[in-house]
Design a protein around this ligand. Sequence first.
Ligand code: IFM
Length: 471
Amino acid sequence: MANDAFAVSDARPSAVSNGALADPFSPPADSSLWRKNFLLGAATASYQIEGAVNEDGRLPSIWDTFSAKPGKVLAGETGAVACDHYHRWEADIELLASLGLEGYRLSIAWPRVMDAAGLPNRKGLDFYKRLLNRLKEKGITTSVTLYHWDLPQHLEDRGGWLNRDTAYRFADYADLMSRELAGTVDAWATLNEPWCSAYLGYGNGHHAPGLADGRFATQAMHHLLLAHGLAIPVLRANDPASQKGIVANIGRGTANSDSAADQRAAHLFEVQHNAWILDPLLKGAYPQDLFELWPGTEPLVLDGDMQTISAPLDFLGINYYFRTNVASDGAHGFRDVPLEGVERTQMGWEVHPDGLRDLLIGFNRTYRNLPPIYITENGMASDDKVIDGHVDDTQRISFLKRHLAAVDQAIKAGVDIRGYFLWSLMDNFEWAFGYERRFGVVHVDYSTQKRTVKRSAELVAKFLKERRAQA
Ligand code: IFM
């Protein structure tokens, strides 16, 4: 990602200021988005788009195992074919480039590139080399996440993230990838959303590997963060020119009333959603309130772990989707109190752009060492249909516009935000929800694999074209 980002405020072209080119997406004239060094891209993840789960020596992942179990994924769907991106990657990059998107965030499937003995799988590695080289040829900034949830099943069989050894295996994997791919990656993110891996994977069982125990969640989180901390110096040594960071999904919690108990509930919601990850990374300690919320779940932490975990970062990736309104549960926790009459997406998630702004501004106050931020995911699911060759995703256009306005407000309040990736480039396998929930700015017909650019993508492309045309 551009290191020099973020200095100059470019003016918007006068034609746009006059309203001649106004459209439902275009940001206002004074928006930071008009800065050419504010990176605008799109994101995907390996298991959600690649398919080809049995090809070229790829090993099974925990998501192959989990999605094969009855009742775990809506309609029994799996990522076996997904968007068939493993075979269609060239056309997909053409599409990305044709939209003028400047950045692409992808993830690598660990089971595709390393065998069970830790040796490289050349065919899998070559896939990513070809992909990244093509992106660089197209002038697209590359952001690579090493772990977006597809843990090799053979590691899960030895305890997965409950086994401290997995953190060391992750560092080996980061070593291999950064030696092989150095020079083609602008930014490395170690993990995507450790909250989901730990809480949904080991705490409530909604995600692979499907375990449900609070103590598992905190121990898995510790090993995930340790894996991150062990990988950072490896990435620095092998690929010094790139940026290194991690991606966290953050959640806004608001109180259902002014009562002290509900205010405390909202605080605890954010502790377990945000501080559980950001405090160890940026303060070198777990928040003590976490263990008031979840008594008896303190993980086993060895000497030096917290120092490893809190190594300085070049960037922090932030994924944001919705807010949760909560009240006290009458004991030491919180319970969700869904608000009536608010706008929601196909996921049932409340559309609440102010939550993104408020969290960003809050982090900037709380963490004195907050690194530069990229919004690494933001977007929404809608039940999009192709009608006469077009997809009119009106709600998404408005959603994106409002969230980008929230990002602009945070920038103006002093937060160093350097870019934004749409989630997602294309409709894909939405984990436990299968293919029903469509997050893409490009529609995918799963029976034919035909891609159709949605209206939202057309408008983003139009904006980027106008921005490039600026003096
Ligand atoms: O699809 C997911 C992605 O894999 C991680 N962040 C949230 C997205 C929408 O649920």
